[in-house]
Design a protein around this ligand. Structure first.
Ligand code: NAD
Length: 322
């Protein structure tokens, strides 16, 4: 248990879980939500104070999570950073790159830790892959498909779901984004609900990413290829399997060896928040820094721009001779 005093701003669906973790591993001072009734109910559940005034909460804490809709991340984070409060900002980091840049410079000026909630980095499969110290992958394929939910509809599927895989591609490739080509369609909302992106990094790594928020069955998978092996990741089952050329025998693929990695299940949100608090205490680094959160946002905005070009009227296929 750390002695750090913490708080959560925005305790809707995800913010309530943040508050539960802080209550377990730190001194949760209180929560603030634009919906006072919601703040009271979460505070009552966790035995902390519901603040009616954001500034008052900010003056009583060392560190907070910001779990409001993305549109409000910048304003809340700016107010917190100005008071020297360390911030874990949910993903997407901010709405615009200008807002992200502003927070990055304010965080440096005020000496605070700024982390971004790109939570897939905290999954045990990703932590294991990082620890192996593999070189940049040659190619990555990812599918992130989810049934429709009436949440996060203020953003498109790229900011909602694909940004997770864009962040992992940048993390595993450890190289800046070079080029993006993407397509997408609006199926239920008036923004892209499905998208497919072809992403190239400066070091030559390539990724093909599919995301949808309008399928019947959830899928969260990634396949990562190096010249001598490939890794199959199932985020939902917490399963990591390596395939290599070798003496083994995978049914139907002779000469290929399979290795299922035995991983203990762990709580990704608690791991993310623990790393943040450790960094605040000067005992480690955050799982996703402000700069890394900005890079994921920039990649998502590039995908969105490419999807926008695809969706624009001038690109709509016309039947010849009609
Ligand atoms: P939500 O709508 O359930 O909750 C948002 C809460 O913020 C609401 O209770 C609302 O009253 C409150 N709020 C709105 N404006 C506020 C303000 N200015 N100050 C304080 N409170 C305010 O949304 P959610 O699904 O919990 O998502 C919240 C954030 O978390 C979004 O940025 C979203 O992208 C992110 N998110 C991340 C993941 C992930 O996988 N890391 C998953 C879901 C959501």
């Amino acid at each position: 248990m750390t002695a750090l005093r913490t708080g959560v701003v925005g305790v809707g669906h995800l913010g309530r879980f943040h508050a539960q973790k802080y209550a377990r591993i730190s001194q949760l001072q209180g929560v603030y939500d634009a919906n006072a009734e919601r703040a009271r109910s979460v505070a009552q559940e966790l035995g902390c104070r519901a603040y009616d005034d954001l500034q008052e909460l900010l003056t009583t804490v060392d560190a907070i999570s910001i779990v409001t809709p993305t549109l409000h991340h910048h304003a809340v984070a700016r107010a917190a950073i100005a008071l020297g409060v360390h911030c874990l900002v949910e993903k997407p980091f901010t709405f615009t790159l200008a807002e992200a840049d502003d927070l990055l410079s304010q965080a440096i000026a005020n000496g605070v830790v700024l982390a971004v909630g790109q939570i897939e980095r905290a999954q045990v499969v990703m932590q294991h892959l990082r620890e192996q110290g593999f070189p940049a992958p040659r190619y990555i394929e990812a599918e992130r498909l989810a049934p429709f939910k009436p949440r996060s509809l203020d953003v498109d599927v790229i900011m909602d779901l694909m940004i997770h895989d864009l962040d992992l591609v940048l993390m595993l490739g450890a190289s800046p984004l070079q080029e993006v080509r993407a397509v997408g369609v609006a199926a239920v909302t008036d923004q892209a609900d499905m998208a497919n992106a072809w992403v190239t990094l400066a070091n030559g790594s390539v990724a093909n990413l599919a995301a949808s928020r309008v399928v019947r069955e959830a899928v969260r998978r990634m396949r990562i290829f190096w010249p001598d092996r490939y890794a199959s990741v199932d985020f939902m089952q917490n399963r990591l399997t390596f395939y290599r050329r070798g003496s083994g025998q995978v049914p139907g693929i002779p000469g290929v060896q399979e290795e299922v990695v035995d991983l203990q299940p762990s709580d990704a949100l608690e791991a993310e928040i623990s790393a943040f608090l450790a960094a605040v205490a000067g005992q480690g680094r955050v799982l996703c820094s402000g700069e890394e959160g900005r890079a994921a946002l920039a990649a998502a905005l590039a995908v969105r721009q490419s999807v926008g070009a695809f969706l624009s009227e001038s690109n709509y296929p016309h039947s010849s001779g009609a």
